[in-house]
Design a protein around this ligand. Structure first.
Ligand SMILES: [Zn+2]
Length: 149
């Protein structure tokens, strides 16, 4: 048997994760196609489809956010912003892989629950807090590396 026909255990796990995440990714793909019809560009990067620019940039700018993750699709204001926000958005990719079809309802309910409790719907959402924790850790590492002789 040739090497390219060999299926390893990790490949099967990866396929199961892709399948489990597929409902959310399909919503992302439909959304991506909509924005691509309005001038957005797409690229494959780090295992996800990144979509940016065109009317999507204008729409995001008007609503005050820079990126959004829907399964294995990340929509962003610009290519540069997608690169800058990649660690944060990939936390949401991992969350989508963990939660599967429940990711979007769980994310929205978690935000609403924070609002009911008198907290911030976005910044106190546990899904966002996990992503912001990664941002903070990376910032700390970069700061420490700058200080190193
Ligand atoms: Zn986020």
């Amino acid at each position: 048997m040739t090497a390219w026909l060999t299926v390893r255990g990790n490949d099967i796990v990866r396929l199961l994760i892709l399948f489990w995440t597929l409902p959310t990714t399909l919503i992302g793909l439909v959304t991506a196609m909509f924005w691509m019809a309005l001038g957005a560009k797409a690229r494959l990067a780090h295992g996800v489809l990144e979509v940016h620019g065109g009317k999507l940039a204008f729409w995001m700018m008007r609503r005050g956010f820079a990126a959004m993750t829907l399964g294995h699709v990340i929509l962003g204001f610009s290519a540069a912003k997608l690169e800058q926000l990649r660690p944060h958005e990939h936390v949401h990719v991992r969350q989508a892989e963990r939660w599967g079809i429940l990711f979007i309802p769980a994310y929205l309910l978690a935000g609403l629950w924070q609002k009911v409790k008198g907290r911030h719907i976005y910044y106190d959402n546990p899904f966002e807090r996990e992503a912001f924790a990664v941002d903070a850790m990376l910032l700390k590492l970069r700061t420490e590396n700058k200080k190193a002789p």
